[in-house]
Design a protein around this ligand. Structure first.
Ligand code: RB5
Length: 149
């Protein structure tokens, strides 16, 4: 699998550990910044990751801010992107199985690295179930399409 990762300053300190973990599982991960812990604005980086995932079909993303809330909100503004704010392996599993999320979001101030690793494992290992969930995911995209008119 190919991942893109972006954070703000409050998620920056987990970035290297997350990259190392994803690579240790045999997957590719591209760092979209930031390159230092200087203060930055989470919408810029949520958007950056979401656009990279949108432009590279089949890829996935990881976004991290203090809570995961702001950066996931920003990522979800990019049409077609489903960024899931997760807190544990269960929510990360369901984000893939039911919501076909392409982006895993979480908060560095909320979850420890052990939980982060379990979420990444769940996200990587869980396929989208399709079936009745397909129609619901299509309805999410239909909202984007309707408001773009
Ligand atoms: C930065 O202080 C913080 O507001 C940001 O990382 C995030 O938690 C916003 O949702």
């Amino acid at each position: 699998m190919k991942f893109y990762i972006a954070t703000d300053h409050a998620g920056y300190h987990y970035k290297e550990q997350v990259k190392e973990y994803v690579r240790s599982k045999g997957h590719e991960i591209v760092d979209l910044g930031p390159d230092s812990p200087e203060r930055v604005d989470y919408p810029d980086y949520g958007r950056k990751c979401a656009e990279a995932v949108r432009d590279d079909p089949g890829s996935f993303g990881i976004v991290i801010c203090g809570t995961g809330i702001g950066i996931s909100m920003a990522a979800n503004k990019v049409p077609g992107i489903r960024a899931a704010l997760c807190h544990d392996a269960y929510t990360a599993t369901m984000a893939r199985a039911h919501n076909d999320a392409q982006i895993l979001a979480f908060g560095e101030r909320v979850v420890g690295m052990g939980v982060v690793q379990s979420m990444i494992d769940a996200f990587i290992e869980t396929p989208f179930e399709g079936g009745r969930h397909e129609r619901r995911v299509e309805k999410i995209d239909a909202i984007d399409a309707e408001y773009r008119k």
